[in-house]
Design a protein. Sequence first.
Length: 201
Amino acid sequence: MKYGLYYKYKEIGDKLRIIFSCEKKNTIKKSIEYVDIFYDDNKIAEIDINGFSNFAKIKINGLIPLINNEFLKLINSILENKNLPRIQSQENSGFYVCQVLEVNEFDKCNDLKLVKITIGNDKEIEVISKGENLIKGMKCIFAEEGTFLNNETQVKKIKYKDFVSSGILCTATDLDFSINDDLIIELGDGFEIGEDFYKLM
């Protein structure tokens, strides 16, 4: 199961947050010592491990897109100790370097554009975006469907009129590089199309 991993000391304190579902409707909280489990319709939607600095020091404040095997083993040892299911290794972050092939007007009233991109290997994708700075040839970051963003939301399929957009082109706000910046992040020529963005960082 795909999950989002977060450490936001400034916003929520010293806790590691594991989110499995963002669509919480009938949430029930259960606590086992320093671990809080949130259930939604009898399924685990979120797990908070409180006082996480007692186990490991984390410098990141926000989304943790990729973790190494040592960190994964630490998390799973805590979960197993509380009889909770292990999380699996996520080989990719879900954020990929892409290149814009076409930018066409889609909905002028709402400033929406239909953007064709490539993420390599002749794979072309069409997405809807509001990015004012989008131009043909630009390299940017594509987040595929199911990817968790810094604001603890998950990328979903969105239907606009008769078009279904799967994935988004990321702004600086989406990745917490900046606050209230709705421009699409433009990458330099050194980034290879199709590469996992966070593996290049």
